[in-house]
Design a protein around this ligand. Structure first.
Ligand SMILES: Cc1cc2nc3c(=O)[nH]c(=O)nc-3n(C[C@H](O)[C@H](O)[C@H](O)COP(=O)(O)O)c2cc1C
Length: 369
């Protein structure tokens, strides 16, 4: 008997959930959480996109020291937890499922974002690049290396963030292990030159990630936890002397947890220009992981369907297409034209006109298509 053809619109059992389609809204920072507190406008934005099989929120700070951007939301204060509730309620009212992305920026930060404190990192090695701080552009400086006895506190902050996400009504959490932020900084030897049990061998460098996965799974149950990794990302100068060995080990270790999913990012055009990176990521690591994989990076409908048909991935996440097309699954179903992305309004530049380029992208129905 022939198996029915699987495509982006085929339902799937993902961990604890039956999702109506395999289209995931990728986590995307939009810098509209004024004062780091989610707003009613954010509830509208996420609810508009609730027809995605799964919505993953923008990266969200687990502590006041985990901040990399102005107007990025947090999940560490009671006020933030209450404010996120309006987002989860709005998405659930529309029948959607939403995971919170738990995040620590580590060395990708600046004292101007941290009440004058130095950013923390596995080692005192500066990230490469600049950030937009509260008073303008700043160059990333040397962070402070964490003492060994401080590391359990950071793991506890991830655990508390996971608990807070549960209180706020999320359906699960995704750990941000990608893009050169704190978990990635521990994993890769270009940013981790520690000599304690969290540095040196790959087993030691992956310890931080695996201890956080374990802590968060204790809160949520493994089938409501995912993790995003980007083995070929070059953001902020993140690098490893042997990414194939490093990421193979980390991904193989994740098998034991039977997570909801592992979310793997392909290199971007910029990554491919920066250095020789693993490409494609999915073909390299799919054989090592036995659970569900979400593939991400530069997909459209036909490319996404091809990945599912060939069984290389189980779900596909879309970033920029979901910014511009709140009803992306319907557009794919009807083969309708897509809205163009307005790059100028991706991030908010002030606390004014936050809805522009955020909640004002038209739905098919309103366009009369
Ligand atoms: C505006 C913007 C903000 C993003 N913020 C995050 C984020 O907070 N967390 C994260 O893991 N990835 C973030 N990403 C990366 C996306 O999740 C995704 O990996 C990337 O856009 C590639 O997918 P695409 O080609 O479908 O857009 C962001 C991307 C964009 C465009």
């Amino acid at each position: 008997m022939m198996n029915a053809k699987i495509d982006l619109l085929t339902p799937i059992q993902m961990g604890a959930f039956t999702l109506p389609n395999r289209m995931v809204m990728a986590p995307m920072t939009r810098l509209r959480a004024v004062g780091s507190i989610p707003t009613p406008l954010m509830a509208d934005y996420y609810a508009q996109r609730a027809s995605a099989g799964l919505v993953i929120t923008e990266c969200t700070m687990i502590s006041s020291l985990s901040n990399g951007y102005v107007n990025c939301p947090g999940i560490y204060s009671p006020e933030q937890v209450t404010a996120w509730q309006q987002v989860t309620d709005a998405v659930h009212r529309e029948g959607g499922k939403i995971f919170l992305q738990l995040w620590h920026s580590g060395r990708v930060s600046h004292p101007s974002l941290l009440n004058g404190k130095l950013p923390i990192a596995p080692s005192a090695i500066a990230a490469i690049g600049t950030l937009h701080g509260p008073t303008g552009k700043v160059t990333l400086d040397k962070p402070r290396a964490l003492e060994t006895d401080e590391i359990p506190q950071i793991i506890e902050q991830f655990r508390q963030g996971a608990k807070n996400a549960m209180q706020a009504g999320f359906d699960g959490v995704e750990l941000h292990g990608a893009f050169g932020y704190l978990i990635d900084q521990f994993l890769q030897d270009g940013s981790n030159q520690r000599t304690d049990q969290y540095g040196g061998s790959i087993q030691n460098r992956a310890r931080f990630l695996l201890e956080i996965v374990e802590a968060v799974c204790q809160v949520w149950g493994n089938d409501r936890v995912g993790i995003k990794l980007s083995p070929s990302n070059t953001f902020y100068g993140i690098h490893d002397s042997n990414p194939l060995t490093t990421f193979s080990y980390a991904i193989e270790q994740l098998n034991q947890f039977k997570l909801a999913y592992v979310h793997l990012m392909e290199p971007s055009e910029d990554d491919l220009k920066t250095r020789d990176v693993i490409n494609p990521v999915i073909s390299t690591f799919r054989p090592l992981y036995s659970g569900l994989i979400i593939t991400n990076g530069g997909y459209d409908k036909s490319k996404g369907n091809r990945m599912l048909e060939t069984g290389k991935a189980d779900l596909v996440s879309f970033g920029k297409l979901f910014i511009a097309n709140p009803d992306l699954p319907e557009r794919f179903t009807l083969n309708s034209p897509l809205n163009d992305l307005n790059f100028a309004t991706i991030y908010s530049k002030s606390d004014q006109n936050l809805e522009q380029g955020y909640t004002d992208y038209p739905f098919l129905k309103l366009q009369g298509n």
